[in-house]
Structure formats: C-alpha cells, structure tokens
Design a protein around this ligand. Structure first.
Ligand code: GLC
Length: 802
C-alpha cells in the first residue's frame, strides 16, 4: 500500500504520501456550492455552476507541486528570517515528519507535522450552505514555545471560468477587492468583478484578528511576480500591505499572529470562503461560523447526513473489498455523479457549455434512488425540461440558465443534431424512481418541453407523455433495416457515422425501455398501451435478430451504406461489448445467441483490468467513423477499457445465471484492488475511473478520468440489484441473487418504502442463482417479492438459494 490505505471504520481513505502519481481529489459541498479539494489542499470552488460562477482559480494542468486555488502558510522566525511553510506540503514542498490526507465523506482532513508544528485542517462545506470552511488546529509538538503566524490564501478567478483564460484584457481590468473591518479587527476581504459589485461578492474571512491582508497577487509574490508561491517574498515582512486591489490577479491572504504557543498547546483558526449578494447580508452567517462550536456542529450534521444516506443499504458479503465499496465508496461516488454529472473534475474542466449531460444524469439518478429518491426526482424533473417535443432530448444543459445545446454535434455541421439514446435513458430513470417510491402522481406532473410554442408560451405535458414521446421518437426514426437511426452518436459518443447509419445499441436500449413501459402500463391497467408497446418490442426484437447476428456475436452499427461495424468482416472494431450485453439486457437475444455473444466478450474483450469496449482498435484517423479514430488503439472508446460498459456485461451474465463470471468481472474493476499496483493504475483507489488503457497500449492498466463516470451508478446497480439481487419492483422488494457459487450467502439491510428489511441469504447448495424458499418474519411466502406496506418497522427476510 504505497500511497495510502482504507480506513473503513472512519469511512475514509488515508493518503500518506503527497507525491501520488496524479492528483487525487475529494468533492465537497454540491453544485449549489462546492467543488474539488485535492490531496494537497488545492481547491476548485464554484457556486451553482463551474462555468458561470467559479470562485477559485484552480488550473488542473499545473503540476502537482504548484499552488492551485487555495493554500495555508504558517511561519515562525528563524534567526532574522521567517521560516515559511505550508502544512499542505504544496506549494512550499518542505520535508515533512507526517503527512496524511484523510479523504472523508464530504470533507478532507490534512494532518501534517513540520518543524515541530502539527497541523490538522478539516475542509468542508456545511450541508446546504454556501461557504467553504477550513477548520485549522495548530499544535506545538516541539519542546519549546513558538510564535506562529498563519496566512491562509485563496486566488480568485473571474466567475466566467472560460473568459478567465480567453480574455486577459477584460478580466483583470474588472477584478476588485475591498476590505470590511469589523470592531474585533476581524477583516472580511471581499472580491468581485466590477459588474457584480452589488450582486455577487466573494469573501474570505476568519475568526481571529487579521493583522494585515493582501489582495493583489503581484504584491504578495513580490519582485514583479518573480517571487513564487513556494516562497512568497511578502511573507518575509512583518505585515502584508493592506492593499485593496483595483484590478489584476486578485487573491485573499489574511495574516494572523497566533501568538506564543507553548509545547503541547493547540490553537485554532477557522476560515471561510463564501459568496453573497452583499457582505452586510452575509454578516450573521459569517459570525455564526466564526464560532468553533458551530463549525463542529456543522461537521456532526454532515456526518449524520452520511449515516442516514448510507444506512439505507448496507451489506455484508464474504468479499471484504466488495463490502467496502458497496457500503461506502460506491454510493458516495454515486452521490458525486448525481451532483456534478460530468461537469467538473480534473478531466472535465467545467468550462464553456458542457453543463449537465442528459444521458449522463439520467443514468446517475439510478445510482442514488435507494439513498435519496426525492433528489432523484428533482433531477429527473430538470432533465425533462430539456426534452424536445418530438421526444428526443437536448444533449446537455447549463444548470443555472437551463439553456441547452446539442453537444459535440455542433462541431460537425453536416451531421444529425440529436443523440439517438439520450431520451430513452430518462424512461429507465423514471420507472426506477417509481419502483423505489410508488410516487405515481409524478406521472401526471406537467412539465414543459424545451421549445416554446409559437406564442412564446411553454408547451406542457404530463411526465407520462414525455415518456411516450421518447419511445415514439426512436420507433419512428428508423433506417434501412428498420433499426433506430444513430443520429450524431449513441451512448458511444465517438462513433459518428454518416446520416442514415443505424444503431443496434439504441435498438436494444429501446427494447429495454419498452419492457419498462410495458410493465408500467400493466401496473397502471392500461391494456391498450401495453399491447402497443408489446408490439413495438416484438417488431424491434425480430429486426435485431434478423439482420444483426454475425455468427458469434451481434454487430454494433450499420453504416449509411448498409455495411456493418462490429462484425468479423471488419479489420478493426470487429466486436463491441455493448453490442453483446444489451441484447441480453433487452431480452432480444435468444438463449443460445446470448450465451455465444457473452462468451465472445470473454474471449475477445476481457483483460485482467476489465472488459475492452471494442477490439481491435482503429489504427488511423478516419473522418467517416468519427471521434473513435482520433484515439490511438487501446485508448478510451478505441479499444480501451471503458468502465461504464463493464457493469452491463455483469448484468447480462447475471441474467444468464452465471454468478461466477459476473463476480469475476465485478471484482476486476474494483479500484480498491488496485491499491497494491497503484503506480500502474495511477488514479484514486477509492473511486471508479472512466477509462483504463487497454492491452493494445504500452501503458495497459493506466486509469484516467476518475470520479465523474456512469461507472459509479451502473456498478452500484449491477452489484446491489443483479449480483446481490435486491430489486425494487412495483409489487415490492424482490430478492433474486446471482452470486459466486462458492459463497455461503450474505446479509443486507435495505430500507424500502418506509420499512427496513434485514435480508439473510443462505446458499447451502452452492448455486449461483435460484431460490428455494423465502420467509418473511418467519412465515413462508409464495414467490420472492416481499411486499410490506411501509410500517416503519424492521422485518426479517430469510432466503434459501438452491
Ligand atoms: C463519456 C460521456 C458519456 C458517453 C461516454 C461514452 O463518459 O460523458 O455521455 O456515453 O463517454 O462515449
């Protein structure tokens, strides 16, 4: 365990070496206010939208050693100079006696020891609040008294994060800072671009007397910025210059003389970085959080939130790393993707117009329904606002303005402007929400489509209508084989074929969505709709099986000229994983084809690091295929291991009853298992990455794009609903595990519709799948769907497999 270890008791990963292979991060707060804190205290913070309202200037491309957005300096006198260092290691890079970064649920705590000073800083955003708190405790662990000064610093960005990098004339001419002293000498340093002076003001404040401050980067670093963040020359002076920046690169540095700290003594400092309409309005809250007790209370509340979030499903299986992932890290990552979609990470930089992805967030919702179904509903509602009248969806939207766009298809003027899969995912999200909550009133809620009517009024329809139109868009927009047209792309963003190409993935996703619509129609007693959907399902199933079977697997696309992609007749891109998992998930594949197709996945696509998305990789750029050919073979969608698609194969294997293989696939993805060969993997071992280089690439096994990936939601669903088989249905909770045959069983606690189920599964015959008996509170029940009207009580569910 080279860079750190899991502390499941505290629900933390503890990084013990700041020189991790790449930056490792944590998320704090939410999209409403929050962002990223990296393992050496750098912070990318925004409010409401990282593109339009960003607060700190964190440049992810800078080396790990460089200052990014926020840091803390401490100093003490050594001879006639100050010894200045950062307890975060970066940016001063002093030798440390102890360094630990505790990556916790909603907080990061850096504990370090330098020069006889132990510092513990907890960084977090109080629940529902709009400020980043740093709770700093400094202890003198030397044998002599020390005079210590603390200088916390942030660097601001223009709120329009892209403008910060594209316009170095306008931005610096507008950035200003102003100090608000109060009676206690506790200065609040405010910052704003001129246009937001009276509406949107950033501030940095602490709970101790500020002796002096600096708001101009140039004055802080000194020597016309030949001073550095590693050695800011102004910190060799007794005081900072108290300069209120009129332009330029704005920072906030607050110098505190903490006085003499005796050996063994601890002193505290709390800083807060927030945003408000006016400092006057913010004063009561600023005062509130200057109180150590209130900060501790906020930390306790956050911890209680996570207790309650996680407690809705806890499991105990014979596999310790599965337990750790499912009880802590995977649901936490689902919370993160639900919050941030693919908007801001160290890889997706939250600049410009990416915003919230329609398909991405529709899938993310499914990962948090167990834990926070109401927030899931809110996100579904927001997504439906950008669905179009014809049933298709805008590809992404900005959460602050609700302005949507057509994604990358805008870059290629001659291509279709819709993504063929987007709108179908929302059906899966809505039915999953209904199964979790029974909130059928939601189907009648009226939500406008994205376009306005001719009169400028919104065109509003019920949620059920949104779902119907989504299906119709796909069943109406078909190509030469009667299969859904690809549009600009389907789930695989990077295969961009000419207009007229067809997608087998969308055919199967549509099949899956139709199954959901059929089940819903049946539940609602709408026989006419049921018949209609069933007939569309059969038609699509027939078409898929008539034209897409390639002998040992299904093809993935038909190009505009009718030629297949993902066929043995292709020199590259012969077989695609999604081409095989989805016909099983949709139920389109007959049993023999399902088996053969999944065997082909194992044979052709599986590696010890996960299943490749396709193989062999395309070996040269080909504009007729699109983005996939911009990557070298083995990278990302072009023959790389695209983790998001792996749990779909897991699910398909469980449908066939193959629990051993499903688990093998599940386990080989677990980032925690990479802890011991992390120099090859490089990313955080506590979050799933989006991609790992495939075996055609010399750096096979290298992960990138951690955190914001559909892998979180789908791995969680695959593990909890398909391997452990704890499945919410309209009728109740269904228990139908598909586990490794060697397991003796497992236990789970699941809160579902206001009752708690203590589930105990035993597997005396060592099967993978199959139920012999189910008892609820000691009484045998007929089938394996447990239906208890939420009585707020705990019930024992005993399942015997066989
Ligand atoms: C990225 C995109 C996602 C897409 C996937 C595969 O993760 O965010 O929308 O489905 O790549 O191309």
């Amino acid at each position: 365990m080279k860079y750190g270890y899991f502390d499941d008791q505290k629900r933390e990963y503890v990084i013990t070496d700041p020189k991790t292979p790449v930056k490792w991060i944590n998320y704090v707060g939410s999209l409403a206010f929050g962002g990223i804190v990296d393992h050496t205290g750098g912070a990318l913070i925004c409010r409401g939208d990282p593109a339009l309202n960003r607060i700190t200037k964190y440049i992810p491309q800078l080396p790990s050693s460089g200052f990014k957005g926020e840091t803390l300096y401490l100093r003490f006198k050594q001879g006639d100079r100050y010894r200045v260092f950062s307890p975060y290691f970066v940016p001063t890079l002093d030798p440390y006696d102890l360094y630990e970064c505790h990556v916790g649920l909603g907080y990061t705590r850096i504990v370090s020891k330098f020069y006889g000073i132990r510092t513990e800083v907890t960084v977090f955003v109080p629940l529902g609040d709009s400020r980043l708190i740093s709770d700093i405790q400094i202890t003198n662990v030397s044998d002599h008294p020390m005079h210590i000064d603390a200088i916390p610093v942030v660097e601001y960005t223009h709120p329009d994060a892209l403008k910060q990098f594209t316009n170095a004339d306008w931005v610096p001419q507008t950035m200003q800072s102003k100090a608000y002293p109060d009676e206690a000498g506790m200065i609040i340093l405010a910052q704003y671009p001129f246009m937001y002076k009276e509406t949107r003001v950033n501030y940095f404040a602490s709970n101790r007397r500020v002796s002096s401050f600096e708001s101009d980067r140039r004055r802080f670093l000194r020597d016309n910025e030949c001073g550095t963040w590693a050695n800011p020359l102004s910190l060799q002076e007794e005081e900072l210059s108290n300069y209120e920046a009129l332009r330029g690169d704005n920072i906030a540095a607050l110098l505190h003389h903490l006085g003499t700290i005796r050996p063994g003594e601890t002193t505290k400092l709390i800083t807060q970085l927030g945003q408000t309409e006016s400092i006057e309005n913010a004063l009561p809250a600023i005062t509130h959080y200057r109180d150590t007790e209130q900060v501790e209370q906020a930390l306790r509340e956050m911890s209680a939130f996570w207790d309650s979030y996680l407690s809705r499903l806890q499991i105990e299986t014979p596999d310790a790393s599965m337990n750790s992932m499912l009880n802590i890290h995977n649901p936490r990552q689902c919370h993160t993707t639900k919050n941030w979609s693919r908007y801001v990470s160290l890889y997706q930089l939250g600049l410009g117009a990416r915003g919230i992805g329609f398909r991405d967030s529709s899938q993310d919702v499914m990962g948090i329904l167990v834990h926070m179904s109401q927030q899931g509903k809110e996100l579904i509602r927001q997504l439906l606002h950008v669905q179009k009248r014809d049933g298709s969806a805008m590809h992404q939207f900005n959460p602050l303005t609700m302005i949507a766009n057509e994604g990358d298809s805008r870059d290629l003027p001659d291509t279709p402007k819709y993504y063929a899969d987007d709108h179908l995912w929302i059906i899966l999200a809505i039915t999953a929400y209904l199964k979790e909550t029974e909130d059928f009133a939601f189907l009648k809620e009226v939500i406008p489509y994205y376009e306005k009517g001719k009169d400028g009024h919104p065109i509003e329809f019920q949620v059920l209508d949104h779902m119907q139109r989504a299906i119709e868009f796909t069943t109406h927009n078909v190509g030469a084989h009667g299969l859904p047209l690809l549009g600009f792309a389907d789930w695989n963003d990077t295969v961009n074929l000419r207009a007229g190409a067809e997608s087998l993935f969308v055919a199967n996703l549509c099949g899956t969505a139709l199954l959901e619509m059929m089940e819903l129609a049946q539940h609602l007693g709408d026989t006419e709709a049921l018949a209609r959907y069933a007939s569309s399902y059969e038609t699509m199933k027939q078409r898929v099986n008539q034209c897409a079977w390639d002998g040992e697997w299904y093809v993935r696309y038909f190009d505009a000229d009718g030629s297949p992609l993902g066929s043995r007749s292709n020199p590259q891109g012969q077989i695609y994983a999604n081409g095989q998992s989805w016909p099983v998930i949709s139920g389109f594949a007959p049993a023999d084809r399902a088996r053969t197709a999944l065997e082909s996945v194992y044979r052709r696509l599986n590696t010890p690091n996960g299943i490749k998305l396709s193989t062999p990789g395309y070996n040269a750029f080909d504009p007729a295929k699109g983005g996939i050919t911009t990557y070298p073979p083995g990278v990302k969608e072009n023959g790389g291991i695209f983790l998001h698609a792996n749990p779909w194969v897991v699910i398909a294997e469980t449908i066939l009853g193959n629990g051993d293989r499903a688990f093998e696939y599940y386990k080989q993805l677990n980032p925690a298992a990479k802890n011991d060969r992390i120099d090859e993997f490089e990313c955080e071992p506590y979050a799933y990455p989006q991609n790992i280089l495939g075996d055609e690439h010399p750096q096979f096994g290298l992960a990138r794009n951690s955190w914001l990936t559909g892998t979180a939601s789908w791995t969680y669903q695959a593990a909890t609903q398909h391997i452990l088989g704890i499945i919410p249905t309209y009728a109740g909770l269904r228990i139908n595990p598909c586990i490794p045959s060697k397991w003796d069983g497992f236990k789970a606690t699941r809160v579902f519709r206001n009752a708690t189920y203590r589930i105990e599964v035993r597997n005396p015959d060592h099967v993978c799948k199959g139920i012999k008996s189910v008892k609820v509170d000691g009484k045998a029940i007929g089938d394996n769907a447990v239906a208890i009207v939420g009585d707020g009580k705990a019930h024992l569910v005993e399942v015997i497999m066989g």
